[in-house]
Design a protein around this ligand. Structure first.
Ligand SMILES: Nc1nc2c(ncn2[C@@H]2O[C@H](COP(=O)(O)OP(=O)(O)OP(=O)(O)O)[C@@H](O)[C@H]2O)c(=O)[nH]1
Ligand SMILES: [K+]
Ligand SMILES: [Mg+2]
Length: 379
């Protein structure tokens, strides 16, 4: 028996962008019919666990002393962290791709700190960080796990390097380690609007049919976090875990490439199977195989924005792109060209996908898109 109320878009703050076409389904279903007691238990248990794990994210006092060499300055246009078990070939890879040499050897834990190198690709400087190997229990502080994971959180993309000869267990273990400290790999932020309030209780709405969460469960989870007044709008059929992620808030959503190294040691069939896995690339550092393809993929996962500048009456300079992270504004472009340019800025003309017309006159806050052309007009 379904008791869906098909209503219009209620005035949930920030939900206005959904437009008038959105169909808000107030899920006032008899919750228990869909979610048995176990679901509540699990939901609550997960909320408790997430709270406990949040403590792991807080820097431990002793780690400052042990963490020497890990606070490498961010430099270049993007940062990529190499995460993997010991001796999978992380340092061999860094030494191959950059002009930095990082010691590689057949024994485990050869690398003991963070070694930065730079990959130059398509005019961008990509900072590549070689890190000590991590093992199961890293998040709890085994080995240098904590420091390694802290560095991983600061990256734009993680390369999870795996030994192709070692089977799938390493991948699952590392995913679990990163998950447990709030790193979400190849996932986008759950599309849930959540706003704690001063009063008014909990208002719950959804624009889609929910199959994994219910109003009751959402309330229980919120109570677990001592939140009794909030506005919640599910715009996606999210799981309780995803909802908890939204409440906890300090999650990082990061693209990850699974790189299977040492394919010189495995059968053709196995190479074929690994290469077809999602988000995966197979390579051999030893034989220098497939490294070009890995770079192409890495570039795709970094999803950097290339902007071309143009002087008045001249053609755009396509040989020298300004490389920015996604979500960069005209102001970011100005800062990149010259420190004082933003203060002299009058307006800009932009050609490309970020504008309705080409060219379009825009201000400093206009968001740039990949391969836009810009001409800046000074006061
Ligand atoms: N057969 C084969 N061996 C490789 C390949 N890449 C690296 N190795 C070897 O694997 C061993 C470990 O390499 P490292 O680069 O030290 O591995 P790591 O991941 O940096 O290791 P830790 O720093 O100890 O975590 C070395 O003996 C390398 O020569 C490869 O593609 N094929
Ligand atoms: K090693
Ligand atoms: Mg190493």
């Amino acid at each position: 028996m379904s008791l869906f109320n098909h209503g219009g878009c209620t005035g949930a703050g920030g939900a206005g962008a959904e437009g008038m076409f959105c169909r808000v389904i107030n899920v006032q279903i008899k919750d228990e019919m869909y979610f048995r007691a176990t679901e509540y238990h699990l939901g609550l248990l997960k909320a408790k666990l997430a709270k406990y794990r949040a403590q792991l994210l807080e820097p431990s006092k002793s780690s400052a002393a042990k963490g020497e060499g890990f606070d490498v300055m961010k430099s270049g246009d993007a940062r990529v962290a190499l995460i993997g078990f010991p001796s999978v070939g992380k340092s061999t890879f860094l030494s191959l791709m950059t002009s930095t040499a990082s010691e590689a050897a057949s024994y485990e834990f050869t690398t003991l700190t963070c070694i930065p190198g730079v990959i130059e690709y398509k005019g961008a400087n990509i900072q590549l960080l070689d890190l000590p190997g991590i093992i199961e229990g890293a998040a709890q502080g085994k080995g240098r796990g904590r420091q390694v994971i802290a560095v991983a959180r600061t990256a734009d993309v993680v390369i999870m390097m795996l030994d192709a000869t070692k089977g799938e267990v390493q991948r699952a273990l590392l995913e679990k380690e990163l998950e447990s400290v709030g790193i979400r790999l190849n996932k986008s932020k759950p599309n849930i609007y959540f706003k704690p309030k001063k009063g008014g209780g909990i208002s719950f709405n959804s624009t889609v049919t929910l199959t994994q969460c219910s109003e009751k469960l959402v309330q229980l989870i919120l109570h677990e976090y001592k939140i009794f007044n909030a506005e919640v709008l599910f715009r996606e059929d999210c799981s309780p875990d995803e909802f908890i992620d939204v409440i906890v808030g300090n999650r990082v959503y990061m693209p990850c490439l699974y790189v299977y190294n040492k394919i010189d040691q495995i059968s053709m069939e196995e190479v074929d199977r690994l290469a077809r896995r999602p988000h995966s690339v197979v390579i051999s550092c030893g034989m220098k195989l497939n490294l070009d393809y890995l770079l192409e993929k890495l570039w795709e996962y970094l999803a950097l924005t290339c902007i071309y500048t143009k002087k008045r009456g001249q053609r755009p300079d396509f040989t020298d792109a300004i490389i920015l992270r996604k979500g960069a504004s005209v102001e970011h472009v100005c800062h990149r060209i010259h420190r004082s340019l933003a203060s002299q800025f009058k307006y800009a003309l932009v050609w490309g996908t970020s504008t309705k017309y080409s060219p379009q006159r825009v201000g400093l806050t206009h968001m740039m898109e990949h391969e836009d052309v810009i001409q800046i007009v000074k006061k």
